[in-house]
Design a binder for this molecule. Structure first.
Ligand code: FE2
Length: 622
């Protein structure tokens, strides 16, 4: 008789436990144990519990390669889902086998878990493991399907309602309640009381901060004080919430007929054209070129139009498309094409945490018909669809890879561009970490090319995310370890650092609403007549629209008790020494980068903290 020790760990979440009956079968190279009931005194599978059991087998099983968990009814209790963290099996000889899972088990069923050593397909020589890899992917492809959401834009997850519920609960309550959860929404409503039913213009600029009277940050106060200044207007293109638009302009566009003479008065010595605004795509007598030397509120109105237009580009292309929708494409493709034992599954799974969930919420509340986009943002949902399509048409692999993007936009030598400075360091840190992981599992180019699971993952992202558009330059297959490293770096950087850069500043930069209005209520100025403050206030959003949009941006602040900063891996998907060492080195490098950023920030009037490791979440999660 051989007796195996089995340790079972249940997740911490409030609903992670189950009352169902759980049994186990151990599968070794030399045979299987009988199905054995896991039962101790008291409750076995409650949130946060780690329980030990003894599992007997008539004969020794050899190295354990697989376990089966059987979830069956218990007495009259209704079925309850179970979030199983990990299992550890210790043989009579003292050998231990880890089975990281970190998933829900729903319904009465049997699930199979393979031993944790990361393996690319060609490494799995045992027929049982090959069979399991295949069966796991077949099952996952039934659970996670693709759906076209808006024609011409990236596809999204098509998961059934049971899995949606699973995904929602899995992603724990702090996250869900933050996003339109009843508790936080009610608290916010009570604080904002009085602005909901006021479809009127603001009477004075000084009234606007009263809406979020309980919120102050150094940045929000700086914005309230400096929002009209040209220098701050320009600064926000470098280090605001949309630092990816700015590019070197070596010649004035043909449709922008401004001359040096027109603006000579407002240019300092040895400076040239750079400050004037035309608020349409074509020169037209009714689209005057507005200059800093024009009347104060006309110039301010022109700049506000530019920021309002940028609000849309930012939310739709920089934020929704490039971060959220791509993160979902990466996520669905990972769930469908990479089995849990694949090293790239283990590498990437922390970087897609909550990504499908947050997008399901966004499709329900924000970008649905009648959602916030329709109610408070000028483009509405039809404009959003059009902007998304255009955004995807122009999205390239170069844009997604920061070092290439910086070159392509010609902004390598731009002064005070902290998004770039911080971003390049973080990109390099991710690249070094990823390169180490790739080096462990892929010794040759052939091993990259012949990994059919990896190639299917990359191919599916190209087809469903980039709609097979060759011109995007996004790879549809990968041929070398270097190509794989770059691709994985792009995925992790996009889901973490890039998303933080375009997400984190939204509230504090827009809470003083005139800085980033979500809609304008009058057409752009059609002549250079004087503009009054009252006309300005009658153009920017009225009180109730301001309240609605700021409530959403409030929720999207990156402040969450459940946040996992970049490079933290509390779930042990990798159990080998090599990847763990690389994770520690990655964390050290990120800490070093943080110190460098803190030091630089000390000399700045306004700290740049959106691309700062402790504020960067591992995944696109809010
Ligand atoms: Fe976001």
């Amino acid at each position: 008789m051989a007796v195996y020790k089995v340790q079972v760990s249940t997740g911490q979440g409030a609903l992670a436990g189950t009352f169902d009956t759980i049994s186990i079968t151990l599968v070794g190279i030399d045979g299987e144990s009988p199905k054995h009931l896991l039962d101790q005194y008291g409750l076995d599978f409650q949130p946060g519990l780690v329980q030990e059991y003894e599992v007997p087998s008539e004969r020794a099983l050899g190295p354990i390669v697989l376990i089966r968990l059987h979830k069956e009814p218990y007495s009259v209790f209704p079925e309850s889902m179970w979030y199983c963290n990990t299992l550890r099996v210790t043989s009579p000889e003292g050998d231990t086998y880890q089975f990281p899972f970190y998933r829900w088990i729903q319904g009465y069923c049997t699930v199979e878990l393979v031993e944790s050593t990361a393996q690319i397909p060609s490494d799995d020589s045992h027929y049982l493991l090959q069979k399991y890899r295949h069966e796991e992917l077949v099952l996952q492809q039934e659970r996670y399907r693709w759906k076209e959401y808006i024609p011409g834009t990236p596809w999204c997850a098509d998961i059934d309602s049971a899995l949606t519920a699973e995904v929602n609960i899995q992603y724990s309550f702090p996250k869900a309640s933050a996003f339109f959860g009843r508790g936080s929404a009610a608290v916010l409503e009570s604080k904002l009381k009085g602005f909901l039913d006021r479809p009127y213009s603001w009477e004075m600029l000084t009234d606007i901060p009263k809406i979020f009277w309980f919120y102050h940050s150094p940045v929000s106060e700086y914005v309230t004080e400096h929002w009209k200044e040209d220098a701050f207007f320009g600064y926000q293109y470098l280090n605001g919430f949309n630092p990816v638009l700015i590019r070197k302009c070596s010649a004035l566009p043909e449709n922008f007929p401004v001359t040096q003479e027109m603006v000579a008065g407002s240019l300092g010595e040895s400076t040239s054209l750079r400050e004037e605004l035309q608020l349409s795509q074509r020169p037209d007598p009714e689209s005057p070129i507005v200059l800093p030397s024009d009347s104060d509120w006309l110039w301010t109105l022109a700049k506000t139009w530019v920021h309002s237009s940028e609000f849309h580009l930012h939310e739709v292309t920089s934020h929704l498309l490039r971060a959220h929708l791509l993160a979902e494409v990466f996520s669905v493709a990972i769930q469908r094409q990479l089995p849990m034992c694949h090293p790239l599954y283990k590498l990437l799974i922390p970087h897609i945490r909550f990504s499908i969930h947050i997008n399901v919420l966004a499709r329900t509340f924000l970008i649905s018909s009648g959602g916030v986009f329709d109610r408070a943002i000028a483009t509405g949902r039809p404009g959003l669809a059009e902007l998304l399509r255009k955004g995807l048409e122009n999205l390239t692999y170069t844009t997604l890879c920061l070092p290439d993007d910086i070159q392509e936009r010609g902004v390598s030598s731009l002064q005070n561009y902290y998004y770039r400075d911080n971003g390049l360091k973080i990109w390099a840190a991710i690249e070094s970490f990823v390169s180490g992981i790739v080096g462990i599992y892929y010794q040759t180019s052939l091993s990259v090319q012949s990994d059919h699971e990896l190639q299917a993952w990359v191919g599916e992202i190209f087809t469903k995310g980039f709609l097979d558009r060759q011109a995007s330059g996004v790879p549809s297959a990968l041929g070398t370890a270097a190509e794989l490293t770059k691709y994985l770096t792009m995925v992790i950087f996009t889901c973490s650092a890039y998303h933080a850069a375009v997400n984190s500043g939204q509230f504090e930069l827009a809470v003083f609403m005139p800085n980033y209005p979500s809609s304008m209520r009058k057409p752009p100025p059609q002549n250079k007549a004087n503009v009054t403050l009252k006309e300005f206030l009658d153009t920017i959003p009225e009180m109730n629209t301001t309240r609605l949009i700021l409530s959403v941006l409030w929720v999207l602040r990156n402040e969450d008790q459940d946040m996992r900063p970049l490079g933290t891996y509390p779930e042990e998907h990798f159990t080998e020494h090599g990847p763990k060492q690389l994770m520690a080195a990655f964390q050290d490098r990120l800490a070093e980068i943080s110190r460098e950023i803190e030091e630089r920030n000390q000399s700045l009037a306004l700290s740049y903290n959106y691309m700062y490791p402790p504020n960067i979440e591992n995944s696109t999660a809010i």
